[in-house]
Design a protein around this ligand. Structure first.
Ligand code: XMP
Length: 306
């Protein structure tokens, strides 16, 4: 991987013009941006788009890392309202992916127009993204850009797997908490919410996912699993709180082991850990009455439900 870094930096330093890099807070785009920064310094500009579909507290950390640790030109754009507006009334999984992907392109192009000229748009696309996008789900960052955007695509990690990217991150000095962080899909919580994305479902998915991650960290198993989160749909089930009936949401907890995301196995968590997750979710999120655990592997299921 050290040889890869030297080669990539050498190749990227030959490109002309300025590069706009979409950074998501995840490891892939962080590593892509830092590799490019090493090659061309201030000709790189990192842009983080808050699309309202992120994990809890995501964004603040990445801003600190880019600005303070690595001194990369960096802008955070607040765009939650327009992403949620674009998703209103959209329930089909692929239509949701398309809505998010198109909004990303619009926000990037507006930024490029105002702060340009830029010649390239860089992304942290990995090899499994390219494969998956071709056959299973259209990943938000694969498939090229519309002609009118007039930017060439730079994807320095396109031939790599996640474990290789983690190794490069360590070589580049990325803080351990980013290197350890589980993968998160580009369309974010939109693909962890079944059916239409609403503020209420977003709240449930975000809070419940944070609880799942917290419990796994406490139990010391966070680093042993590939991804861990909670999804929510429109199904409801009757519960009882005190003496009262409550018709609340059903949350689906999903924890999987995987090597490259192409296949995955559901994680045999201990009953104690499952119980802790369930108790915390129903105690801390008023709307949730039932918690289920998904025991489908990939294939035939996929890791994200949408
Ligand atoms: P699935 O759900 O297809 O996901 O089993 C495989 C891996 O890819 C992640 N994923 C995405 N990553 N853009 C991404 O960058 C996307 O649109 C996207 N959709 C899914 C997913 O979290 C899992 O790690």
């Amino acid at each position: 991987m050290e040889a890869f870094v030297d080669r990539a930096v050498g190749e990227i330093s030959g490109i002309q013009g300025r590069v706009l890099c979409g950074v998501s807070g995840g490891i892939d785009s962080t590593v892509a941006a830092l590799l490019i920064h090493r090659a061309i310094g201030d000709r790189l500009h990192g842009v983080f788009i808050d699309n309202g579909l992120l994990r809890q507290d995501e964004g603040d950390e990445i801003e600190a890392i880019f600005r303070d640790n690595f001194h990369v030109n960096f802008t955070a754009v607040s765009a939650a309202e327009r992403f949620l507006e674009g998703l209103r009334g959209v329930a089909d999984p692929e239509a949701k992916r398309k809505a998010v992907g198109e909004e990303f392109v619009r926000v990037f192009s507006e930024f490029a127009e105002r702060n340009g000229p830029f010649s390239w748009l860089a992304q942290g696309t990995l090899y499994p993204d390219v494969i998956e996008s071709a056959v299973i789900k259209s990943h938000h960052n694969v498939g090229g850009l519309p002609d009118w955007l007039d930017l060439k695509v730079l994807e320095p990690l396109r031939d790599l797997y996640k474990d290789e990217v983690r190794e490069i991150a360590r070589i580049l000095g990325v803080p351990d908490r980013i290197v350890r962080r589980h993968p998160f899909p580009g369309p974010g919580l939109a693909v962890r919410i079944i059916g239409e994305v609403t503020p209420a479902k977003l709240r449930v998915a975000r809070t419940a996912s944070r609880i799942v991650e917290d419990v796994l960290l406490e139990a010391g198993v966070y680093d042993d699993v590939w991804q861990a989160y909670a999804a929510v749909g429109d199904d409801r089930a009757v519960g009882v709180v005190g003496d009262e009936r409550r018709y609340g949401s059903i949350v689906m907890v999903r924890v999987v082991n995987s090597v490259d995301a192409m296949t995955a196995d559901w994680t045999r968590l201990s009953h104690e850990t499952l119980e802790r997750i369930s108790n915390r979710i129903t105690n801390e999120i008023e709307d949730v009455t039932w918690v289920t655990y998904t025991i489908s592997s990939k294939p035939p299921a996929t890791i994200e439900p949408q």
